[in-house]
Design a protein around this ligand. Structure first.
Ligand code: M6R
Length: 606
C-alpha cells in the first residue's frame, strides 16, 4: 500500500526518484508525485494516475536538485486525484511529506490544527503530518519529527524534507516498512529494496520507532527517544535483472516461467545429502509438545497454507488448521505454548498477518514465518524464519511465491515426519524425490502451453465461471479462481466438486465455463460424474488432469494435461496452467496484467 522513495546525493535526483517510483508502482498506482529541494525551496509535482502522467508533467522543466522524496499511492483517505496525491506540503510550504500507512487519529489532529488556523489542501490523513511539522518546528528537525510522530496513532513510514535543512532527508517508521540504502556519497530510502537494487545492495532495515537523518555522506539513526542507535548492515543477494522484465511482456509471465528455478532453489537451500534440513528453525525439542499447528496468511499465501495443511496432515500426521489472518486475530482460537503458528507472507509486510503474529506470540505460541523478503517485518517479529527462494516478485498476482511456499510446506512436513518418526525411510526417499522432480515437470507444462491459450480465448468473453475439485484439487481450485478474478476480472467461484449441486449448480447455463481440476486418483470417477452433471446443463468443460487420463479427456471440451506424479504432490503442477490461464485471459482482454485495478501488491493496512 503506497510506496515511498527518497534520495540525497549528487546524482540525477529526479531520475533516481522516478526509477524508484516505477519499481514501487506495484504498491499502488492511483497517483504519484515527488518533492525536490531546489535553490532553497521545496518544489512539488504530483499527478493522479500512472507514473507516466507525472513523468509527462515534469518533462522539459528544470529540476536541478540533490535531495528529494517520491510517492506512489494506493488511496485510503481521499479519492485518487491530483490534490490527494503525495507529497503534501505544510501550509507555509516549509515542509513536504510522503507517507505509507494510515494515521488513525488524523481527524482529531486535523480539527486541532484547523482550530489554530491551518488550512488543509487535501482529504488525506497524511497532511496532518506536514502541518504538525510546521506547527511544532523548533529549529531542530530531528527533534521536531520525533515529537510529531509521537502524536500519531496508526502506521507510518514517512520521508520528510524541510527547507531550513536543505541537505537532510529525514525518515521514520512505525508498523510500515522502510529501508535505508547505503551508497557512496549518496544515500536512499525506500519502502522496499527493489527500488534500490540499481544503486546499492547494502541496506539498513529500520525498526519501529526509528528516525533516520540522511545526508549525502552520512546516515544517522535514532530510536524513539532520539538516542543514536546502530542497525545491522545487510547485503541483499537479489540482483537487478531479477527485478526487471528481461524481455517478457509482463512480470507475471516472467514470474510464472521462473517457477522451475524458484522451486529448485528453494529445494536446494533446504536439502543436503538427501536430507531435509530445517535444524536452524526447529528440532525435536521444539515440536515434541506441540499439539496443534495453525497456518495463518492472506490471499494467495493463505491458499499455499491450505496445501501446507494437507502436507502436514498427510505426511507429518500433525493436527493442523489454516486460517485467514484478519479472521484469526479475532476468532479466539485456542492458542498456548503447545501451539505452533506458521505465518506465510511473500512480502513479510502484510498488516493482518503481522497483527495475527503479534497476537499469537503474546499468547505463548511458537511462531514461524515463511516469507520471501529477507529482513521484512514479519521475518523479524517471528521466533524463527524460513525464507522462500523465489527472488523478487513484482507482479501484483502472486505466482512463484505460491509454488515456493508450497515447496517449503512439503519439505517441512517431511522434516517433521522424520523428527516424529512417523515416516519410513522408503516413503521419505520417495516423497523427497517427488519434490525434487517438480521443477522439471513444471518446465514441461510451461513448454506446452498452447491449449491454455485456447481456454483463455474462451474465458475472455465470459463474465462468470467456476473452478471445481476434490481434496487437494479443491485447494488448488481456490487459488486458481482468485488468480483469474484478480487479473482478468472474470467473476469465478471455487467449489468442492461435490458441493456444487447443493445450490450453486442453478447458475450453470449454456456456455458457462467450468474448470475441473481432477488429479486425485481415487476420486477420478466421482469427478467424471460431476463433470457430466454440469455438462448436461450446458457447461463448457476445461479440465486439468494427468496426461493419460482418458476418462477425463472424453468428457472435456478442453483437456490440459500435466505430467504424472504421486497425486499427493499434484498441487505443485495443476496450478501452473491455471496461472497461465489467468495471465492469457487478462492479456487477451487488454488489461494491465501486472497492475490490475484496485489492487496493490503489499497490503500494509488492515
Ligand atoms: O505479501 P503477502 O504474501 O502477505 O500477500 C498476501 C496477499 O495480499 C497476496 O497473496 C494477494 O492475495 C495476491 N495479490 C494474490 O495474487
Amino acid at each position: 500500500m503506497c510506496g515511498i522513495v527518497g534520495y540525497v546525493g549528487h546524482g540525477d535526483t529526479k531520475e533516481i526518484i522516478l526509477h524508484g517510483l516505477k519499481t514501487l508502482e506495484y504498491r499502488g498506482y492511483d497517483s504519484s508525485g515527488m518533492a525536490l529541494m531546489s535553490n532553497g525551496e521545496i518544489l512539488v509535482e504530483k499527478k493522479a494516475g500512472r507514473i507516466e502522467n507525472l513523468e509527462e508533467s515534469m518533462k522539459g522543466k528544470n529540476f536541478s536538485s540533490e535531495i528529494g522524496i517520491g510517492h506512489t499511492r494506493w488511496a485510503t483517505h481521499g479519492v485518487p486525484s491530483d490534490r490527494n496525491s503525495h507529497p503534501h506540503y505544510s501550509m507555509d510550504k516549509s515542509a513536504a511529506v510522503v507517507h505509507n500507512g494510515i494515521i488513525e487519529n488524523y481527524q482529531v489532529l486535523r480539527k486541532e490544527l484547523e482550530e489554530k488556523g491551518y488550512v488543509f489542501s487535501s482529504d488525506t490523513d497524511t497532511e496532518v503530518i506536514s502541518q504538525l511539522i510546521q506547527d511544532m518546528y523548533n529549529g531542530n528537525i530531528l527533534d521536531t519529527v520525533s515529537k510529531v510522530v509521537k502524536r500519531l496513532e496508526g502506521s507510518y513510514a514517512i520521508g520528510v524534507l524541510h527547507k531550513n535543512h536543505p541537505d537532510e532527508l529525514i525518515c521514520a517508521r512505525e508498523h510500515s516498512p522502510l529501508v535505508v540504502g547505503i551508497g557512496e556519497k549518496e544515500n536512499f530510502i525506500a519502502s522496499d529494496i527493489s527500488a534500490l537494487l540499481k544503486y546499492t545492495k547494502d541496506v539498513y532495515y529500520l525498526k519501529d520507532g526509528d528516525i533516520a537523518v540522511l545526508k549525502a555522506g552520512s546516515i544517522e539513526i535514532f530510536d524513539r527517544d532520539e538516542k543514536p542507535v546502530t542497525r545491522e548492515k545487510k547485503y541483499i543477494e537479489w540482483n537487478l535483472e531479477q527485478a526487471t522484465k528481461c524481455g517478457y511482456p509482463h512480470f507475471m509471465l516472467k514470474e510464472i516461467f521462473e517457477q522451475p528455478q524458484a522451486v529448485k532453489e528453494t529445494f536446494e537451500k533446504r536439502v543436503h545429502n538427501g536430507k531435509v534440513d530445517f535444524s536452524d528453525v526447529l528440532n525435536y525439542e521444539d515440536i515434541k509438545n506441540i499439539n496443534k499447528i495453525y497456518i495463518v496468511a492472506c490471499g494467495t499465501a493463505y491458499h499455499a497454507g491450505l496445501q501446507g495443511q494437507f502436507a502436514l496432515q498427510k505426511i507429518a500426521k500433525l493436527d493442523s488448521a489454516t486460517d485467514i489472518a484478519s479472521e484469526f486475530r479475532y476468532s479466539d482460537s485456542f492458542i498456548d505454548e503447545k501451539t505452533m503458528v506458521i505465518f506465510v507472507s511473500q512480502s513479510g509486510e502484510t498488516s493482518d498477518t503481522l497483527a495475527a503474529l503479534k497476537e499469537a506470540k503474546a499468547k505463548g505460541a511458537l511462531t514461524i514465518a515463511v516469507t520471501n523478503v529477507v529482513g521484512s517485518t514479519i521475518s523479524r517479529e517471528a521466533h524463527k524464519t524460513i525464507y522462500t527462494m523465489a527472488g523478487p516478485e513484482i507482479a501484483v498476482a502472486s505466482t512463484k511465491a505460491y509454488t515456493t511456499q508450497v515447496t517449503i510446506f512439503y519439505l517441512l512436513a517431511l522434516y517433521m515426519a522424520e523428527l516424529r518418526k512417523v515416516i519410513s525411510k522408503e516413503k521419505y526417499e520417495e516423497y523427497l524425490s517427488e519434490i525434487k522432480n517438480m521443477p522439471e515437470k513444471i518446465q514441461n507444462i510451461l513448454d506446452n502451453c498452447e491449449k491454455i491459450k485456447t481456454a483463455a480465448e474462451y474465458f475472455k468473453d465470459r463474465t462468470n465461471g467456476f473452478f471445481i475439485g476434490r481434496g487437494l484439487d479443491y485447494k488448488v481450485a481456490i487459488e486458481a479462481s482468485l488468480k483469474i478474478k484478480e487479473v482478468s476480472y472474470v467473476h469465478t467461484e471455487a467449489f468442492a466438486s461435490g458441493e456444487l449441486k447443493h445450490g450453486t449448480i442453478a447458475l450453470i447455463e449454456e456456455g458457462t465455463p467450468v474448470v475441473v481440476i481432477a488429479t486425485q486418483k481415487n476420486l477420478i470417477d466421482k469427478s467424471v460424474s460431476n463433470i457430466k452433471e454440469v455438462k448436461a446443463r450446458g457447461a463448457y468443460i476445461i479440465t486439468v488432469g494427468f496426461d493419460d487420463e482418458e476418462s477425463l479427456k472424453n468428457v472435456s471440451d478442453n483437456f490440459i494435461g500435466i505430467p504424472e506424479c504421486n497425486d499427493m504432490f499434484s498441487g505443485f503442477l495443476s496450478i501452473v496452467p491455471l496461472q497461465l490461464l489467468a495471465y492469457y485471459t487478462s492479456d487477451a482482454k487488454g488489461i494491465d496484467v501486472d497492475k490490475p485495478r484496485n489492487l496493490a501488491k503489499s497490503v500494509t493496512v488492515e
